[in-house]
Design a protein around this ligand. Structure first.
Ligand SMILES: [Cu+2]
Length: 497
């Protein structure tokens, strides 16, 4: 075990949250807090110097070194016998397999972020142990800033290379500032997580294709750098942007028992413990996500240092650990459709009886952060993942050729893991069927551009769009629509005392 790394886990005792610190042992989090506050210099030092997850980029010696260690670690995991639980394929099977006959990954659930955080954390520990690089942490692919996959993952001779359909996210609006601003600015954890998963997260998986769109995705090394970015979005939202993760007991106590540690042993982790990992076990090199800049560019509110400002750090740790009771109060709900169907080769227009002025009046009255969401729930998931859905408002002639720069473009989302051979009950329950698009800004833009008449009813267009250079492999397939609603709601976030 690396000497300067704090290891956190939640042992058998599920009711009290405990941390394990090398040289100190397992202690309760409240004792831990009093130690950091009360002057235990070693602990503070270890937290201060926790490993850094850096942003993948060119021209940095440190990043090149992180990539070299990752490459070495992956090669060592691949070389382990298949009976070793730390073997590369064995670890990927914790997430899932191509035929969906195994795997535990949480998608379409309130634990999408926490489950994947735990999964990444244990991979990091395995690679540190196998390479002997105790300071190493998993770098992240900031697709918002660098939409092209880092060349180290694309060079034909590299262990990090893998068969893929596409490696460049340039031009896809799911990763651009307008969309990332709406997601990172979302105050409700559940709506934040749902949009982050359905739009940029799923878009990376399905744009890359091949293994990345199946349960076996972690077999492609880029999976880990992609999910390190998803993890950064959550850490940035929670720590830097001061939003709250769930604080209710059921969510916090959700416990997983099948992760594998650096010694190949089964280990447990609870969702509540994952909240603290980016604060105590590793940290992210800050970088912008959309219009949300790095905190080092905002010197008025830096993340407090455990060494030089232990009181503030302890307060931060408490805020992150306790979280909030979060719910969404729906003030208006407009039903648009029930039990519909989309043909993959044909855009679908949904007419509504919602008048333009109803929406502009609601937005004008919004004073406590209310927003308009389009909620699309699919009854049946598609048998293929070679397309994504684009959503337009008031544009009856929108089609695959229509540009996303049209003011009527509202957003996009993609599917993940639905194309597996045995797309059965198991996979359906782990797959996301409901998607959220925040349309507040689109409504504002349409109204300013004179494209939203007060007495005119609005229409919604759903446009299945094949990925660049790809032909639909199942053009005759149809997508079930369970429900499409437009809601006007506000987030209620009550901090846990
Ligand atoms: Cu994923």
């Amino acid at each position: 075990m690396p000497a300067n790394t704090i290891n956190l886990f939640d042992p058998a005792n599920r009711s009290s949250r405990r941390v394990f610190i090398r040289g100190v042992g397992t202690i309760s989090l409240s004792l831990f807090a009093s130690l950091t506050l009360g002057g235990c210099e070693t602990i503070r030092q270890q937290i201060e110097n926790r490993p850094v997850r850096r942003r993948l980029r060119l021209g940095s010696v440190e990043v090149d070194n992180d990539i070299a260690i990752l490459t070495d670690g992956v090669a060592r995991m691949k070389a382990l016998p298949s009976t070793d639980p730390r073997n590369w394929t064995a670890i990927s099977r914790i997430h899932g397999t191509a035929d969906e006959t195994a795997g535990f990954c949480e998608h379409a659930s309130t634990h999408f972020l926490s489950w994947h955080r735990a999964y990444l954390y244990f991979l990091e520990r395995i690679i540190r142990k196998l390479t002997g690089e105790s300071d190493w942490a998993l770098p992240y692919w900031n697709w918002n800033q660098n939409p092209r996959m880092h060349p180290a993952f694309r060079s034909a001779s590299s262990t990090l290379d893998h068969p893929r359909d596409e490696t460049d996210m340039t031009g896809l609006t799911a990763f651009q500032n307008v969309r990332m601003n709406a997601i990172m600015g979302e105050p409700n954890f559940f709506e934040f997580s749902s949009q982050l998963e359905g739009t940029p997260h799923n878009m990376v998986h399905s744009t890359i294709g091949r293994d990345m769109v199946l349960g076996s995705a972690p077999i492609d090394p880029i999976f880990w750098a992609h999910h390190s970015m998803v993890d950064y979005c959550w850490a940035k939202w929670n720590i830097e942007l001061e939003n709250s993760s769930p604080g209710d007991r059921d969510w916090i106590r959700t416990n997983w028992t099948y992760f594998v540690n650096e010694d190949g042993e089964s280990v447990e982790m609870s969702a509540g413990t994952t909240l603290l990992l980016p604060l105590l076990s590793y940290r992210f090199e800050a970088s912008p996500v959309g219009g949300f800049v790095a905190p080092d560019l905002r010197p008025s509110r830096p993340i407090p240092s455990p060494q030089s400002s232990p009181e503030e750090f302890t307060l931060l740790e408490e805020r992150i650990r306790k979280g909030a009771i979060i719910r969404e109060e729906v003030l208006r709900r407009f039903e648009i459709v029930r039990d519909g169907e989309i043909q993959l080769t044909k855009p679908l227009t949904l007419d509504t009886n919602i008048r333009g002025e109803q929406l502009t009046n609601l937005m004008a009255a919004s004073n406590t952060g209310e927003r308009l969401f389009l909620k699309i729930d699919h009854a049946r998931l598609p048998p293929t993942n070679d397309f994504y859905l684009r959503v337009f408002l008031n544009m009856p002639d929108a089609n695959v050729m229509t540009s996303n720069s049209a003011p009527q473009f509202a957003g996009s989302y993609a599917f993940f893991g639905t194309a597996s051979r045995h797309a059965n009950v198991h996979s359906e329950k782990h797959r996301k069927t409901d998607f959220l698009i925040n349309i507040s800004q689109t409504i504002e833009r349409l109204s300013q551009a004179g494209l939203l008449e007060a007495n005119q009813t609005i229409s919604v267009q759903l446009v299945p769009t094949p990925f660049r250079e790809r032909q639909l492999s199942r053009p005759e397939a149809r997508l079930g629509l369970a429900a499409v609603d437009l809601t006007y709601s506000r987030a209620i976030v009550e901090l846990v005392e």
